[in-house]
Design a protein around this ligand. Sequence first.
Ligand SMILES: Cc1cc2nc3c(=O)[nH]c(=O)nc-3n(C[C@H](O)[C@H](O)[C@H](O)COP(=O)(O)O)c2cc1C
Length: 158
Amino acid sequence: MKNRNTALSDEPTSSALFPPLYNLVYCSRATPGTNEASVARILATAQRWNPVYGITGLLVFGGGIFFQWLEGPHASVDALMTKLRADPRHEAIVLLSETEEVRERLFPDWAMERVTANDIREVLLDAKNSASDPQNAAALERLLVQLKSNELQELGAA
Ligand SMILES: Cc1cc2nc3c(=O)[nH]c(=O)nc-3n(C[C@H](O)[C@H](O)[C@H](O)COP(=O)(O)O)c2cc1C
């Protein structure tokens, strides 16, 4: 048959069109000396390099706590996590969630976007309430206590 329609067999499958997206969410505690200027430098680095590695996401910083949402190719996010774990500007990294699925990005336009600190408590509380691992829930509770005491200190210093 002439002009046979071979489109179906030649087209890539949907998984080839959309490779699995790796999503990692963690929070951590800023080390003493990490301040707004450090966060500005972190964001500048992230916005310079994340597009090169296909990473997008968001960063929350407030009350001495970081919360970061990372999405991208598995190998890129893994390589970034290796750097992050060695970064002295934060410590006590708690992995909140890790998934790999064929799906669209949640933040396709954000190389790394800073989100306001007011959202941190809600995000941590939400994660704690839905944590199935009691160790994670306990770690999140410690972060919430830390957040509260940092806020009280900030109030006292004001
Ligand atoms: C809370 C936090 C979030 C960070 N997020 C990113 C990021 O999204 N992308 C990035 O390239 N570096 C990020 N960094 C910086 C990396 O840890 C590292 O300093 C940077 O990638 C440069 O590493 P290199 O000098 O080994 O290339 C972050 C650091 C911290 C403390």
